[in-house]
Every structure is written in C-alpha cells, then in structure tokens.
Design a protein around this ligand. Sequence first.
Ligand code: G6Q
Length: 544
Amino acid sequence: MATTAEQDARKKLFFEMPSFEKTAAFSSLKNYALSPLDLTKEGVISPERIAKMKALAAGFTCLYGFEKVSDDVLQALFQLADQRKALIQMQAMQSGEVVNFIEGVESENRPALHTAMRDIFDAPNSGKAATNARLLVKKEHEKLKKFIDEINVQKRFSEMILIGIGGSELGPKALYNALSFYQRKDRQVHFIGNVDPDDVALTLGSVDLKKTLVVVVSKSGTTLETATNEEFLRSEYVKQNLNPNEHFVSITMPGTPMDDLKRYKAAFYVWDYVGGRYSATSMVGALLLSFGVGYDEFIDLLKGAHAMDLVALKTDPKENLPLLSALLGIWNRNFLGYSTEAIIPYAQVLHRFPAHLQQCDMESNGKRIDRRGEPCAFETGPIIWGEPGTNAQHSFYQLIHQGTNIIPLELIGFIEPQSGHDFEWKGTTSQEKLLSNLFAQAMGLAMGQKNANPNKVFPGNRPSLLLLAKKLTPYALGALLSYYENKIAFQGFIWGINSFDQEGVQLGKVLAEKQLGLFKAEHEGQKAEPFPLGETLLQISKQV
Ligand code: G6Q
C-alpha cells in the first residue's frame, strides 16, 4: 500500500522525467520517421512478419504487422514508454493515486479509479484508495443483486428506459447493443439522452409506462438535459395517473439532489473518482445490463475487463496489449502525422462502440495543455471515428484507399458470430465472408495495387491494426472495453496530459444557460441579463 510520502515521491518523479518531446526516444523516433518502413516494398509484408508481429492477451490476438513499424521503431517506442514511465503511471492509476490533476492550478485533483469497479474478484492490486473503492463497489453489488432478484421475481417490469447523457449513456448503450444475442427476450431497454423533445417522444411512442422501470443516470445529479428529460417523463407518468416514484431509480454520487429515496424507488452509487466516460463497468452499466441481459453476464463482463486491466500492468510491452497499441497510435499520430484513426468493428452488434470510443478517447486526450499547465509542443489525441465493416467498405473506404489523407484503421473481428446462427452459401459461411473482408482490407491497404490506369492505382502503405477474438462474449466485451480505456490512459501518460478531466465541455454549457435565460425572460415577460449576441440569435430564430 503506497503511503502519502511514497505518492509524493512518485509525483515528483513524474515531474523529473523529461516531457514527451524531450525524451531521447522522441528524437530517435523523429529520425526513423524521416524514412519510415514502406509496406509496399517487395517482401516487407511477408507471412513471417504477420505471424511474428502478434500479441496475445485476455482472449484477444492483436496483429500489428500491418503497421508501418520496423523492429528499430518498436524498440524506440518501448524506450519511449520507459522514459515516460508509462507503467509506473498505470500502476499509480490502478492503485488509486491522484492521477487526475494539473499541477499548480485548480483541477479535479483526484484518483481515476474505474479499474476498481471490476477488481472485485481476486487479490487487490495495492493502494488504500483502490481498496476502499473496492469495498464500496461490493456493497453496491449486494444492493443491486437484491434489487434485481426482486424485479425478476415480481415480473412487474418488462421494459426499462435509461435517461442519461454523455458518459452516462454512450458506454452503457454501446455495451447493451454489443450483447444483443445475450439480451433477455422478455425485456426491452430504451435510451433517452438528447434534450431534443423528439428523443423522448420517440421512446414514449414505443413503451408501456406501467411496465417500465426508469433509470436516471447522472453522476452530478444536475445535468440539464437529464433533469429535463426526467421531469418530462415524470409528467407523462402523472398524466397516466401513475406514481413516478414507484418507477424511477437513480444512479448518482452520494449527496447529489438525485440521492433521494423519497423520489426514487432505489438509489445506486457511483463516485467522483469514476469518470463518466469510464463508468460503464460501475453501477451506471450494471443495473441496465443486469436487467436487460443478466447479472451473471455482467459479472463475466467485469471479469474480462479485470483480466485486461491486469494485462495493462505487464512489464513486457509485447504482452501488454493496451500499451503496445497506445505506442503504435503515438507513432502514427506524432511521428507519421496521421491525425485521425478509424475504428471498424467487423461485428454489427458493435455498431455503437465507435461512438463510445469517440467520447472516451477524444474527451480524454483532446487536450492542449500538459500536466504542468503548459501548452503541448506536440499533437495529442487523434480524431476517432468509425462504423461497422463491411458496411463501411461500401461507403467511406474509397477515401481510405485512394484519398489524400492517410487514416490508420483498427479492425476488430471475431471468428464466430455472436448469435451462433450462420448461413452457408457458395461454399462459405457469412461469418467467413465477413472475416475475409476484414483480412482483405488489411492486405489491400498495406500493399496497394499497381495499374496503368492512374484511377485504378492503390498507393498502399496505409497502416492497420487487427484485433481478433473467438466470439464476442460478455467476457470478451469487457476485455475489449478495458483494452481501449487503458490504451487511452497510456497515451495520456506518455504525452503527459491529464486524460481524466473535461474542461472543454464547460464553455458551451455556460453559454447555453445564458441563452436559455433569454428564452425564459421572454416567457415571463421580464428583462433578461444583457447578452447581445444571444439576443440577436434569438430574434433570428423567430424569423426562421
Ligand atoms: C464524461 C463526461 C460527460 C458526462 C455527462 C453526464 O466523462 O464527464 O460526458 O458523463 O456530462 O454527466 P452526469 O453523469 O453528471 O449527468
């Protein structure tokens, strides 16, 4: 267990190590980037290379031979991880030391302990904060288990609406969809995130409120969109002569306005050290998945996530999948200059996963200052986006193959369909067709194609990373989620930025409140606080 003095010493160590662009490895990598490996060169992409550049962890096989890395570059990347003490920072995070901070200015200044949400099975890692968090999580699990058992016995609720936005919706929704073939057939789950009244109206049109459990998720308990949608839905209950308090459940931090058993049938907790975008394995995802899929399946998901959290602590970067992937991403971003990264799951049930990763990655690493509060002298998080394959191939892959931008891809694939239901036609199954397409893209992007017709030339030399597992089970899904969470954290540690806050979303909220003040004043026939630009926009909106 790390003492405060040890933690202080560790923090000091972080400030004594060279910043990202001042490491010796950075200079070597800059040099290598002057003439990076050319994947189109005769013999570079060989069966030996693909078979050798393979990492296995927590049921996943990662193939990185289609990345533009030589052995020298890999070694320099490993040195970079070492010189930036990436592993020590990961240990610090998982044991509950303060990693969410910017030195010398006001910042959230707390641990980021989402890994403790799933470290509830075997011997704890270390750290008092992590141990305390684990105890609290276990308590919530006991409450949840009891609650879910009752719901299962009563059979009163067959539908659930989850109201929440951002981290309180994207992760849970992505996971719920990703487990489509594990979902209970007698239950349905709906999501309301947007303050757009049409979002509520769409859901209202397809549910029977009498049979619906409404889970309001808001860590802060004060988010405008969520509070508005909650009141909107409560008013619908009242209109139908139903008592909302018998249907509404809250998931929030202790002590928020939503921690109130007079208004809710039950309240479950999440804590300030679990960031919204990292909260899918906390009660935020737990209640929904236990209801819509099953508590045991949720536990399997936690086990997979925990297994990958342990992988993230491995010292050999070739075994540490999240670290390896973080380093390859940094090579593409900072040294080869690729500003975006597309995540393409060859699995339809993962269709909301890129949207979740968009938030997880861009809200974490879309930062312009380092931990010292100084502007970064290098690029940070890339633009993350994606859609499932093969559909993506029939839309934006044109640009990926022949456009002027190079976009590294992360291709996720499974050997078996989740449904267990496949179809053989023309000598192959649908799953084989899916997988063949994934492999074909990696090969085609890397090697390209020559042609006398310039319009049919594929320049190739375009990198991709392959992530394969046997089947998308709850365990595999947990491991996949943790792989990305830890990859993102590693990149932040190596860049020396704070991946755990999100100040960049505040300005819009403040301006929206001011604008709303103008609408309100108009309703009430009162004078609003002067806000000239807002006034102009309000008047224009009336003329639209
Ligand atoms: C995630 C962000 C953000 C947050 C939402 C909802 O890391 O903090 O997306 O999850 O703004 O916040 P509440 O859960 O507090 O309503």
